[in-house]
Write a protein that binds this ligand. Structure first.
Ligand SMILES: *Cc1c(COP(=O)(O)O)cnc(C)c1O
Length: 369
C-alpha cells in the first residue's frame, strides 16, 4: 500500500518560473524593501480582492496584533478567547495588557458574546476575538457590547482571509482586523501579514508605526516597530493572489468529500457551512466523542500518525493552559468549560489545495475503521 506522508497542510506556491521573472525585475531595480512598487501593488490588489477600504502589509501576522493594540492605545484588561493560536494572547502580554479569557460558543468555537459582559471590569478597554477556523464571530453582538461599554474591538482574523458575510468582508468588522500570510495559511507570502482599517488617517498612522514611527526623513512621531514586508515576498504574494480562488475552491471540494464520508460515522462531528457566509475552508476540524466513537481523540491522532497521516490538535492545549497564562483568574477550567471540551476533542484533518482523492480516501478509511 502506498503510505506516503500526508501533512496537515501544504503551502500554496507560485510557479517558480513566474517568480524568477519577478525576482529578475527586483534585482534590476535594486529596490528590495521600504514601500517599493511590489509592496504598493500587493496592498491595492489585496484591498480590492478582500473588499476592504485600507490595508497595510506586515512582515508576519503577530506584529499587526501587537501594533493594533499600540495604535489604539489599549491598556489595562482585554477580553479574549483561550481557543486560538497562542500569538493572540502573546500580543496582549507584549503590550503589558492583562488577558481576560471568556468561554467559547460550542456551536462555532468563537468567543461567546453572552459571556462577555460578565467579564467586563472598570479596567477593560477592548475585546479581541478570533474568527476561529475562518468562521465569522457574532460581530453584531460583540459590537453592541463594545458600544455600550465604550470598548475597542480588534479581530484576530488570521484564519479569515477572503471570508464574507452577506457578500461583505468580515474584515470590516470592529475597529481593526489583522491577517496572517504565514506559509500554513490559505493565502501566504511565506511569512507575512496585514492590518485592515477603515480610514486613510489610521492607515497612515499604522504605516508610520510599522516603520519605526518615521513620518518623514527627520520626524519620528512615536515609538514604532519594524514590520515592513519586503519586495520579494510582496512579488510572491501578488503571484499567489492570482491562484488563491482556485485553491479555496479545491479546499471546498476536500471539505465536501470529508463531510459526505464522515457524516455517517458515529461519534465524529464537524461544522457545517454557515448560511450567508462565503467560507475559505482554511481548516477541517473534527470532534471526537470517545464514548460513541469507541476511541479517544489522542488514540485516533496517534493511529493516524502511525499510518503516516498527520492531523493537528488545533487548538490544544488552550492558551489559558500555558504557563504564562495559567495563573490568571480567568484561566481556570471552571471558567472555560466549552473551550476545554473542544480542545480535548478536536483534530484538524489534513486540509489544503493539493490533496488528491487518494489522499482523502486514505484519511477517511483510517477514521472509519
Ligand atoms: C497564524 C496565526 C497568528 C500568527 O500569525 P504569524 O503570521 O504566524 O505571526 C495569529 N493568530 C492566529 C489565530 C493564527 O492562526
Amino acid at each position: 500500500m502506498d503510505n506516503k506522508l500526508i501533512t496537515v497542510t501544504s503551502p500554496l506556491l507560485p510557479d517558480l518560473d513566474d517568480f524568477t521573472a519577478e525576482l529578475k525585475k527586483i534585482w534590476d531595480s535594486k529596490w528590495i524593501t521600504n514601500n517599493g512598487s511590489y509592496h504598493k501593488k500587493l496592498e491595492s490588489a489585496l484591498a480590492e480582492y478582500l473588499g476592504v477600504p485600507y490595508i497595510s502589509l506586515f512582515t508576519n501576522g503577530t506584529l499587526p496584533l501587537i501594533t493594533a493594540l499600540q495604535a489604539l492605545r489599549i491598556t489595562g484588561e482585554v477580553i479574549t478567547t483561550p481557543y486560538s493560536f497562542v500569538a493572540t494572547t502573546h500580543a496582549l502580554w507584549w503590550n503589558g495588557i492583562k488577558p481576560v479569557f471568556v468561554d467559547i460558543d460550542p456551536a462555532t468555537g468563537n468567543i461567546d458574546p453572552n459571556k462577555i459582559e460578565a467579564a467586563i471590569t472598570p479596567k477593560t478597554t477592548a475585546i479581541m476575538p478570533v474568527h476561529v477556523y475562518g468562521k465569522p464571530c457574532d460581530t453584531r453582538s460583540i459590537q453592541e457590547i463594545a458600544d455600550r461599554y465604550g470598548l475597542k474591538v480588534i479581530y484576530d482574523a488570521a484564519h479569515a482571509f477572503g471570508v464574507k458575510v452577506d457578500g461583505k468582508s468580515i474584515l470590516n468588522a470592529g475597529d481593526l482586523s489583522t491577517l496572517s500570510f504565514h506559509a500554513t495559511k490559505v493565502f501566504n507570502t511565506i511569512e507575512g501579514g496585514a492590518m485592515v482599517m477603515h480610514d486613510a488617517k489610521t492607515k497612515q498612522r499604522i504605516d508610520y508605526l510599522k516603520n519605526f514611527g518615521f513620518a518623514n526623513e527627520i520626524t519620528v512621531v512615536g515609538p514604532g516597530i519594524n514590520s515592513k514586508m519586503d519586495e520579494v515576498r510582496s512579488a510572491y504574494g501578488l503571484l499567489n493572489l492570482k491562484q488563491v480562488d482556485a485553491a479555496i475552491e479545491a479546499r471546498c471540494q476536500v471539505a465536501n468529500k470529508y463531510r459526505d464520508a464522515l457524516c455517517s460515522v458515529e461519534g465524529i462531528t464537524f461544522f457545517d457551512d454557515m448560511p450567508n457566509v462565503q467560507h475559505n475552508y482554511s481548516y477541517f476540524p473534527i470532534f471526537i466523542d470517545a464514548a460513541k466513537y469507541g476511541m479517544t481523540r489522542d488514540d485516533l491522532y496517534a493511529k493516524m500518525k502511525t499510518e503516516n497521516v498527520l492531523g493537528r490538535r488545533y487548538f490544544y492545549p488552550l492558551i489559558s493552559e500555558f504557563s504564562t497564562y495559567k495563573g490568571l483568574e480567568s484561566a481556570t477550567p471552571e471558567n472555560l468549560p466549552n473551550a476545554h471540551k473542544m480542545a480535548d476533542s478536536v483534530i484538524c484533518l489534513p486540509m489544503h489545495h493539493a490533496l488528491s482523492d487518494e489522499d482523502i480516501k486514505r484519511i477517511i478509511n483510517i477514521i472509519k475503521k
